[in-house]
Design a protein around this ligand. Structure first.
Ligand code: NAP
Ligand code: GFB
Length: 331
């Protein structure tokens, strides 16, 4: 599909009620939303367009305005960002701060000027205060400095919440945000140096199996994480766009009871590949935040019956996708 991906719901002519533009539509989460829409067919009166940076470099305000002018969206899902795992963040905090501040201000201010009715942006559970009580909830975003490893990204993301409150207070705009935990799935960034832990371990296990070498897990394996499958996050994103009408953000995550250690995550990848080689833990590498256990009580209040894909099933599907798409995967 070309960079500018259009999906039409079952509409009567051009009387669509919602024109949804998805920034960052070519990434892990954007591709998952496309897949879920294709599976469910989109809703009556919805038109969707998925952007990549080829459609507009959102660091440039003129290109940002041009793409809003072209599509005249009524709603925006704002995913575009400089994104990376722990180690890329530790190397490039300044880039993560500046790029994301500029992208976010360009998109939100342009949406406001073009009269976009609703914008759903993305924070992350890794932006919460380092010193906190657990489980963390939506009211705690600004309660203290984030973990040093990714302060640039964290502060830039926190400013989205400040933006949203200011647009509501000054202009009555319903611009809101979701707070996903660590996401994984097909179309992830499998680059070993820059990506997140699960795509990194999937890529490394694939190589270790092919070359008969050991799998290197970075850090002690003791850190704890909650992981959400990208397709589950996509389903929740569609609900937030269509039904969630608070300016305050909402955490989109499996529950605290589903938290796993990095060691357990690595073992799940090993099991999915039926890898029989050695697994080595390189403790010279950082563990990053030990834990960032987030509450999904607010989500459960709205959607008590939402079911997440079982972790091992989601891991297996992602490993199978990677093997089948090795040539085209980002790595
Ligand atoms: P991703 O796979 O890295 O995709 C990033 C997307 O942003 C791509 O479509 C990319 O376009 C686009 N983009 C980057 N820079 C751009 C620019 N200057 N102009 C226009 N588009 C640009 O990211 P993701 O994992 O899907 O993340 C989506 C959102 O979820 C982000 O806001 C991220 O902060 C948030 N989030 C992610 C995680 C996670 O674990 N992955 C966890 C919590 C929150 P190209 O394809 O053209 O490069
Ligand atoms: O997904 P990840 O890179 O980021 O996970 P965070 C890092 C954890 O996984 C650390 C261990 O404990 C690492 O020691 N790990 C083990 C590995 N093997 C690997 C590997 O091969 N690659 C990677 N990357 N880690 C990020 C934030 O924190 O969370 C970002 O820095 C982003 O800003 C993301 O928000 C969601 O979960 O530590």
């Amino acid at each position: 599909m070309c960079a500018d991906q259009r999906i039409h719901g079952k509409m009567d002519g051009d009387t669509g009620k919602m024109r949804v533009m998805v920034t960052g539509g070519s990434g892990l989460v954007g591709k998952a939303i496309q897949q879920v829409l294709q599976e469910e067919g989109g809703r009556e009166g919805e038109e969707w367009v998925f952007l990549s940076s080829k459609d507009a470099n959102l660091l440039d305000v003129a290109e940002t305005r041009a793409v809003f002018q072209k599509h005249r969206p009524t709603h925006v899902i704002h995913l575009a960002a400089l994104v990376g795992g722990l180690f890329k963040n530790m190397r490039e905090n300044l880039s993560f701060w500046r790029s994301n501040i500029y992208i976010n201000d360009n998109v939100l201010q342009t949406a406001h000027e073009f009269g976009v009715q609703k914008v759903v942006s993305c924070l992350s559970t890794c932006i919460f205060p380092q010193n906190t009580t657990y489980p963390i909830d939506e009211t705690m975003v600004h309660n203290g400095p984030p973990h040093d490893s990714n302060f640039g990204y964290s502060y830039a993301k926190r400013m989205i919440d400040v933006h949203n409150r200011a647009y509501f207070e000054q202009s009555g705009r319903l611009y809101t945000a979701v707070i996903p935990t660590n996401v994984f799935g097909p179309h992830d960034n499998f680059n070993i140096e820059d990506g997140h832990v699960l795509p990194g371990l999937i890529h490394k296990t694939y190589i270790a199996e092919r070359e008969g070498t050991a799998l290197q897990v970075w850090g002690s394996g003791r850190a704890l994480r909650q992981f959400i499958y990208s397709l589950d996050l996509a389903r929740l994103f569609l609900w937030v766009l269509r039904e969630y009408n608070e300016v305050e953000p909402i955490i989109l995550s499996v529950g605290p009871e589903d938290e796993v250690s990095i060691k357990e995550a690595a073992e799940a990848v090993v099991k999915a590949f039926e890898f029989k080689g050695k697994v080595i833990y390189d403790t010279s590498k950082a563990d990053g935040q030990f834990k960032k256990t987030a509450s999904n009580a607010k989500l459960r209040k709205y959607l008590p019956d939402f079911t997440f894909t079982p972790f091992h099933k989601a891991i297996k599907e992602t490993c199978d996708w990677f093997v089948a798409n090795y040539d085209i995967a980002r790595k």
